[in-house]
Design a protein. Sequence first.
Length: 243
Amino acid sequence: GASVASGSASGRVPVGRVESRRKPGGWAPDTYRGVTAVRQLSPGEGAVLKVLPWGSHPCLLLYASQRGGVHCCDLRCPADVWQVPASPSLGLAQQLVADPSGQHWLAQGTSRGWVCLWDVRFLLCVNSWQHPQRCGIDAMSLAVSAPARLGLAQGSLPHPGVPLLYMSAGLQEVGLWDVLDGRCHQVRTDCIDAAAAARCVLYRHVRLPLSAYYTDMLGCHQVRTLSDCMDGCCRQVRAVLTC
């Protein structure tokens, strides 16, 4: 059966196997029989912040702890396969995206807005950059569709084949980022309250990495981002410039 792993604030990672009984004939659904404990990891490094499978192998598990960084664990072995150390100056590794096929790279997003790309074959940090808003990375997901289906123009990617990640950071913002060089290709932002946004009169420009503009998903527009109103009532306001 399938396995289930979870992370706890107490620092434990219990792993269990879902037990079921297959009914004869093949047409009826399996009967659930419970969860059998397989293993419990207790690294003693503070709260476990993230847990996810590593690639398609059923025995490989990734988890990020508060003080120990990111671990790759083989449930068949007592020791870790590898470990990416924690860097307190960058914040807590609270979001992870792993190479879904080749098990070559790992991207981590931190509580201070840093995104780090690791080559786990050599345990080398290929690049690290900070989100322009310098706020925590709330969610990360791999963009698996072809660039054309993502709304990207042909030839717009400087590094074809490099993974693109959707990242949520700040107040109601989702961006499509090139994880290698920190270039944002698309952004979606919304204000919480239109009336509150109208009261915001002081803005400051955000220094964007490698590019002065975000490219909007509409294709024929570019979006210049003005950010962080001084009274905190609006995190993002966009000025749309037509081509």
